[in-house]
Write a protein of this length. Structure first.
Length: 303
C-alpha cells in the first residue's frame, strides 16, 4: 500500500506578492494644514509681486485715453502698440542709445566689481598678514554707511578728476564695494584647506593655486556676484542723474524721467519704457537663476 507524498509547504521567507489590478491607483498622502498654509502664502506672495508687473505690461499696450481711465483693468480692451511706436520712433527720445549706454556701463561695472572683489576676498580669506582683521572690520563698517550720505563726496571726487558726463563716472566709483568682498570671502573660507595644500605640494605657486584651484571652485558665487552687480548698475537711477547732463549720455533708468512732460505725462509711454527697461533684467535672471541659487545656498557654508 503506497502513501501519497506530503504536500509542499509554502516558504515563509518569501511572502506571496500581490498583483496590482490595472485600474487600481495609489493613494496620495493627505495635505497637511502646514502645507496648505505654505501654498496659500506662496500664491499670495506671487500675486503681490506679480500684479504690478502685469499692470505695467497691460498699461504699455493701452491707448492714451485708456491709460488715464479711473477704471482698473489689468489688460486693455483694445491692445495697441502706439506707445512703443512713439517711444522708439521719436528722435528726441533716444531710447536705443540709452539701452546701449546701460549695457556698456553695466557690463563694465560688473566686470570691474568682480575682479576687485575676487582678489580682495581671496586675500582676506586665505592669506595671513598683519592687519587683516582690521581691514576686514573697516570693509564691513562701510556697509553701515547709507549710500545717500556719500553722494556729495563722490560727486566732488568725480568732478576733481574731470569725469562728469562720462562713462567713467558710472563704472569706477562704485566698483570697490564691500558687499562683493564679504560675499566671496565667505565662499573662499568654506573651501577646504586640503585642496589648497595639495596644490602647493604639487608645486603650484600662490597665484597658480588661486587661478586653477580656488577660482574654478568659486564659480557659483562669482556668477551670482556678476548678476547682482549687473542688476545694481542697470537699475541705478540716482547717481546717473547727478553726474550725467546730456541726453545722449543718459542710461535707461535716468533717461526715462525725460518722458515726463511739463503739461502732462503719458502713462502708456512711461510703462512702455519700463517694459523695455525690465525685459533684459528678467531675461538675465531667468538664464542665471541656477547659478544664483547655487551661489547663495553654498556661500558661507563650512564643509
Amino acid at each position: 500500500m503506497t502513501t501519497a507524498p506530503p504536500a509542499r509547504r509554502q516558504s515563509t521567507s518569501e511572502p506571496p506578492t500581490r498583483r496590482q489590478s490595472p485600474g487600481r491607483t495609489t493613494r496620495r498622502r493627505p495635505l497637511r494644514p502646514q502645507r496648505i498654509v505654505l501654498w496659500v502664502g506662496l500664491i499670495l506672495l506671487t500675486c503681490i509681486f506679480g500684479l504690478p508687473l502685469l499692470y505695467m505690461l497691460g498699461t504699455a499696450f493701452k491707448s492714451p485715453a485708456e491709460s488715464i481711465s479711473p477704471d482698473f483693468r489689468l489688460w486693455p480692451r483694445e491692445p495697441t502698440l502706439g506707445a512703443f511706436r512713439h517711444i522708439l520712433g521719436d528722435s528726441s527720445i533716444p531710447v536705443l542709445r540709452w539701452v546701449g549706454n546701460s549695457l556698456l556701463v553695466a557690463v563694465a561695472h560688473s566686470a570691474l566689481t568682480v575682479v576687485l572683489a575676487v582678489l580682495a576676498s581671496y586675500a582676506l580669506a586665505r592669506m595671513r598678514f598683519r592687519g587683516r582683521t582690521l581691514i576686514m572690520s573697516l570693509v564691513l563698517a562701510t556697509m553701515f554707511v547709507p549710500a545717500v550720505v556719500m553722494l556729495i563726496p563722490h560727486f566732488l571726487i568725480v568732478n576733481s578728476l574731470g569725469w562728469l558726463n562720462t562713462y567713467a563716472a558710472l563704472i569706477i566709483p562704485g566698483a570697490a564695494g564691500a558687499f562683493g568682498v564679504i560675499f566671496l570671502r565667505q565662499f573662499f573660507t568654506a573651501i577646504p584647506k586640503e585642496l589648497e595644500e595639495a596644490a602647493i605640494v604639487d608645486g603650484c605657486s600662490q597665484w597658480t593655486t588661486f587661478l586653477r584651484v580656488m577660482l574654478p571652485l568659486a564659480r557659483p558665487a562669482v556668477a551670482t556676484l556678476v548678476v547682482l552687480s549687473f542688476l545694481a548698475s542697470w537699475n541705478d537711477y540716482l547717481w546717473p542723474v547727478f553726474v550725467l547732463f546730456s541726453s545722449e549720455m543718459q542710461t535707461l533708468p535716468s533717461g526715462l524721467r525725460l518722458l515726463q512732460a511739463e503739461n502732462g505725462t503719458r502713462y502708456d509711454v512711461m510703462m512702455a519704457g519700463a517694459v523695455i527697461a525690465s525685459a533684459p533684467v528678467l531675461a538675465l535672471y531667468v538664464i542665471a537663476q541656477r547659478w544664483i541659487i547655487e551661489g547663495v545656498s553654498t556661500s558661507g557654508i563650512k564643509g
